[in-house]
Write a protein that binds this ligand. Structure first.
Ligand code: ATP
Length: 240
């Protein structure tokens, strides 16, 4: 793993919301094929880290590299075109549009019809339930189904790197397990994943490596098993 070039690198990235200094110089690297977890308490800056990779907000200092190219100065649509896709916290599907329309929106930057049709089939294979519901208004789906739709929509841009923000949020344990199984499957099919999760235990079981964030900074980084064995991290994020 360490001999491959990172797919994504953050070097001392800072981000602000007005006067709020949300990221205070975070550095991390994700290699092709990995699932990496980003864990930490509420307000630590995990969502901001994912958003800053996508250029919203744009880093106020530091650099983001994707596939060897600096992307920190690019607009979000250019970043998506490079192969990064975000599933935001709270899903943000379009409730008055159908499942199919939501999925189509995920491909709005693409014009390769055959590729889009192929990806739609792959998404229906991952989430058979979405195939049955193509004409249903997205707002009438359950929370778990909406999460599946949000992930499916993000996959429609055929990303090399998928950024997932709290996919387990608000879901019953059985659904959380299902979603995590599917995230593992997406990774096995070739997509690299950066996963932000409150459910640190599930995230660390799925990811090979993890970073821990505390108040805008990365305080630990390492193999998931090593992170799980750390007494302070166990006490703080894993319930002892
Ligand atoms: P959570 O798990 O609660 O989402 P998080 O680790 O993802 O937490 P962020 O949402 O990235 O943390 O928030 C980091 C800091 O930035 C917090 O202090 C938060 O209040 C602040 N913040 C986030 N979004 C905004 C915004 N749009 N405007 C101003 N401050 C913000």
């Amino acid at each position: 793993m360490s001999i491959s070039k990172p797919l994504l690198t953050l070097e001392e990235v800072h981000a602000h919301y007005g006067r709020v200094h949300a990221l205070k110089g975070i550095s991390l690297a994700i290699h092709p094929g990995e699932i990496v977890a980003l864990i930490g308490a509420n307000g630590a800056g995990k969502s901001t880290a994912l958003m800053a990779i996508c250029g919203i907000p744009r880093p106020s200092q530091g650099r983001v590299y994707f596939n060897g190219q600096e992307i920190s100065h690019l607009d979000t649509d250019r970043i998506v075109r490079q192969g990064i896709s975000l599933v935001p916290e709270g899903r943000h599907i379009f409730p008055r549009m159908t499942v199919r329309e939501n999925l189509d929106l995920g491909a709005f930057l693409r014009s390769d019809r055959d590729g889009i049709a192929e990806d739609l089939e792959k998404i229906f294979a991952l989430f058979p339930l979405l195939r049955e519901r193509t004409k249903q208004l997205a707002g009438t789906l359950s929370g778990g189904e909406q999460q599946m739709l949000a992930i499916g929509r993000a996959l429609m841009s055929r990303p090399r790197l998928l950024l997932l923000d709290e996919p387990s949020m608000g879901l019953a344990p059985l659904l959380v397990r299902q979603i995590f199984t599917i995230i593992g499957e997406i990774n096995r099919l070739g997509t690299t994943i950066l996963l932000v999760e409150q459910n640190a235990y599930m995230a660390l079981r799925l990811a090979s490596r993890a970073y821990v964030m505390v108040t805008g900074q990365v305080t630990h980084g390492g193999g998931s098993e090593e992170i799980m064995r750390d007494d302070v991290i166990r006490a703080t994020y894993l319930g002892g």
